[in-house]
Design a protein around this ligand. Structure first.
Ligand code: THU
Length: 139
């Protein structure tokens, strides 16, 4: 089981590791797995602006490079300008698709906590990306 406050704290910690000198929008993401483990990521920008990697995508790449293919049960995302939290941060469309791949591999529908300074939005990944394309679509 993944504790909500623990996962949110991990996402907030990850914000501090963002490399976002161009947008100044620092994002942290934390993926929670059924065994209680957590994998984090932060956004990584590039002088060629369009090449920015989002925090959630960085976290998924890290988890999959650790060999994880299943048991993604919870996701927390947060951040803000210069790392100061304000409105809850929702995963961008591309990240929803990237997160969905790992979720579908393990047949889970993770809870997604979109965290701001004062509010936390709670969704299921399937709500954020209904009728998702995925591995089964290619069978
Ligand atoms: N960003 C993320 O890391 N995750 C999202 O879901 C939304 C956007 C990053 C990309 C870019 O480095 C910065 O936020 C501003 O768009």
């Amino acid at each position: 089981m993944i504790d909500r406050e623990t996962l949110i704290a991990a996402a907030k910690d990850a914000v501090a590791r963002a490399y976002a000198p161009y947008s100044n929008f620092h994002v942290g993401a934390a993926l929670g797995f059924a065994d209680g483990s957590i994998v984090t990521g932060a956004n990584v920008e590039n002088a060629s602006y369009g090449l920015a990697l989002c925090a959630e995508t960085a976290a998924v790449a890290r988890a999959m490079n650790d060999g994880r293919r299943s048991e993604l049960v919870a996701i927390a995302v947060t951040g803000g300008m210069k790392g100061v939290l304000a409105d809850p941060v929702a995963p961008c469309g591309r990240c929803r698709q990237v997160l969905s791949e790992l979720a579908q591999l393990g047949a889970t529908d993770p809870v997604v906590w979109c965290v701001g300074a004062d509010d936390v939005g709670e969704y299921r990944l399937s709500e954020l990306l209904p009728n998702a394309f995925g591995p089964a679509s290619l069978l």
